[in-house]
Write a protein that binds this ligand. Structure first.
Ligand SMILES: Cc1cc2nc3c(=O)[nH]c(=O)nc-3n(C[C@H](O)[C@H](O)[C@H](O)COP(=O)(O)O)c2cc1C
Length: 181
């Protein structure tokens, strides 16, 4: 396996968790909606666990959560413009259910950011004006989603030979292949 690249990928994701300005901090999450349409949106990478599961936060009433309940396979797209690196990741998403873990994460979320999970009506609801959005005081819809990866595709554009590597999880082990870019 292309170990050095795999380590580089994991190291970059770990760095992105800690560094707000890392290009992998913000990524595109793809789910498949009920009508089998690809649905994309931007989310923030919050954690990478010891088992290399990726974690992001969301409102449990959001469309992405509805999609994930129908089809828990999700795609994620990261892009490092400076180094011309694209990382595509695929995995199985699940909501973190452990109340103690969620309470610990919630504790560390700044008051101003808690508003992202406390609107009185679900994300995507129609309002007359942006100022009309109201917030709950004693209830929230915060949740954290964990994605267990089963495929990674790394692409690095270079002046001469581009590098493309696919990592597939087979029976618990990552298997890698170089691909034509
Ligand atoms: C820079 C940026 C970061 C965002 N981060 C998150 C996030 O971490 N979690 C989240 O649920 N939505 C985040 N959003 C909002 C989503 O892109 C999206 O609009 C919202 O989650 C509703 O998506 P859905 O209806 O497809 O579920 C972010 C948006 C931007 C522009």
């Amino acid at each position: 396996m292309s170990q050095s690249y795999y380590k580089k990928i994991v190291d970059s994701l770990q760095e992105a968790v800690e560094n707000r300005s890392h290009p992998f901090k913000i990524f595109t999450l793809g789910t498949v909606g009920l009508d089998r349409m690809a649905r994309l949106r931007t989310v923030v990478l919050r954690d990478i666990t010891a088992n290399q599961e990726l974690v992001f936060y969301t409102d449990r009433r959001s469309k992405k959560v509805t999609h994930m309940k129908e089809n828990n396979k999700v795609g994620m797209l990261f892009y490092d413009q400076e180094n011309k690196i694209q990382l595509k990741a695929e995995g199985v998403a699940s909501l973190i259910k452990d109340e103690d873990i969620l309470a610990g994460l919630w504790k560390d979320i700044a008051e101003v950011n808690r508003k992202d999970y406390t609107t009185t009506t679900p994300p995507g609801s129609i309002v007359k004006h942006p100022d009309d959005v109201e917030y709950l005081k004693d209830k929230d819809y915060f949740t954290a989603v964990k994605v267990t990866l089963f495929k990674l595709e790394y692409l690095q554009l270079q002046p001469v030979n581009h590098i493309k590597i696919r990592y597939s999880k087979l029976e618990g082990n990552w298997v890698s292949e170089y691909l034509v870019p």
